[in-house]
Design a protein around this ligand. Structure first.
Ligand SMILES: *Cc1c(COP(=O)(O)O)cnc(C)c1O
Length: 390
């Protein structure tokens, strides 16, 4: 094997490419996590994180991948035997459901064909039918990273309100935070679950819970035993910007840099950039004559596009051709759509030319892998990007 020149294209929908500014920030010496310099760092990231989640309430940071942050959300609010409502929008919703069931939570898991988001009408109907108010929470995934479908969180909130139901509302924003508009307070979310390696452009290792007053109230009475994930221990230490155990100091340097970068660009511009990359990618895919997994235009993901393979062709073989020939990683199909789709990540540290490079890698891969397609997808994306350039 020769060592490839140039930079690897990491176009999976998380972990996303880590920009040099963040890598440099992380490379600073580790400091005393109980000293004054750490306190200043920690204050900046804990208050800055609130602006990213759009909340005036607490955001806690755990050393974990997203899975741990899911667990923290459940353990701090619910009790064994509680009923909750979830939607099978894809692989990540399925994993969160499996976790809840393992802990003895009873999940009403509404099936979908993995090509749509959460249906707000079903939320409203289910909650209206629950006259005994047995449902303790509604837990949904904002951006389903396995399918490229973004659920309409504000409409789900409205559905809960229409039913006048007291259930908590928990949202996995792991692959949407920092890429898609998200408003913890305005949408009255009780627990928002996030992590570092997607829109925040950091390496894996930090998990987040943004917590409402109502969720805190629930955490004082619920019956799951937890220690590492306990919000109250964390919040007590966070009052002085410290942590109950050793934090990921270097990743917090990175988080400070990530928040600065997102705010320098401006969150609204960040969201518009992702939406524009999504549109350019879909124009390329349609020109190739391939099908996009998401069936609902209102739910197309600005973060990634899952592309269906023609019948009889494996997505993993195509991904291997592209990795070997062009040094680019694309996302594989997960769960039910394994080998049936590949996923083009267009999130995080990305500009017009890196997106065009990504799409060119796919188009050349289709040729090399002998996948029947029409040429000109990259051209269509270029046309759109130049027409919409600012
Ligand atoms: C990546 C991802 C997860 C899982 O996070 P890990 O960091 O792998 O534990 C959960 N939900 C969504 C929507 C994701 O994209």
């Amino acid at each position: 094997m020769t060592s490839p020149s140039g930079r690897h294209f990491l176009q999976i929908p998380g972990p996303s490419n880590v920009p040099d500014r963040i890598l440099h920030a992380i490379g600073r010496p580790t400091i005393d996590h109980r000293g004054p310099e750490f306190r200043r760092l920690s204050e900046e990231v804990l208050t800055g994180s609130r602006r990213i989640f759009k909340t005036s309430g607490p955001v806690v940071v755990f050393p974990t991948s997203g899975t741990g942050a899911w667990e923290a959300a459940l353990m701090n609010t619910l009790s064994p035997g509680d009923k909750i409502l979830m939607f099978e929008t894809g692989h990540f919703a399925t994993l969160w459901c499996k976790m809840a069931r393992k802990f003895g939570i009873e999940v009403d898991f509404v099936p979908t064909n993995w090509r749509h988001g959460v249906d707000p009408q079903i939320v409203e109907d289910k909650l209206k039918a629950d006259s005994g108010q047995a449902i303790k929470s509604v837990n949904i995934v904002h951006n389903e990273t396995s399918t490229g479908v973004t659920s309409r969180v504000a409409e789900v909130r409205q559905a809960i309100d229409n039913a006048s139901h007291p259930a908590l509302f928990m949202v996995d924003t792991i692959s949407s935070l920092g890429s898609v508009d998200y408003r913890h307070d305005e949408w009255q979310i009780d627990v928002t679950v996030g992590c570092s390696q997607k829109g925040l452009m950091l390496p894996p290792g930090l998990g987040f819970n943004a917590i409402s007053e109502k969720a805190l109230e629930a955490s004082r009475k619920n019956r799951f035993i937890r220690h590492f994930w306990d919000w109250n221990d964390m919040l007590k230490a966070n009052e002085n910007f410290f942590y109950p155990s050793t934090p990921c100091t270097n990743l917090l340097y990175g988080l400070r840099e990530s928040i600065r970068m997102l705010e320098e660009e401006g969150l609204d511009r960040v969201f518009a950039r992702h939406a524009r990359f999504g549109e350019a990618t879909r124009r390329a895919v349609r020109t190739w004559g391939l099908e996009i997994l998401c069936e609902e235009p209102k739910e197309f993901s600005p973060v990634l596009t899952a592309v269906m393979m023609p019948a009889g062709k494996g997505a993993d073989a195509l991904r291997k051709v592209i990795l070997d020939a062009f040094n680019m990683s694309l996302g594989n199909g997960l769960g039910k759509v394994a080998d049936k789709v590949f996923r083009i990540g267009h999130l995080g540290d990305l500009n017009d030319l890196s997106l065009i490079g990504t799409l060119a890698g796919v188009e050349m891969g289709l040729e090399l892998g002998r996948i029947e397609h029409h040429k000109g997808g990259v051209q269509a994306a270029m046309q759109y990007l130049s027409e919409s350039a600012s």
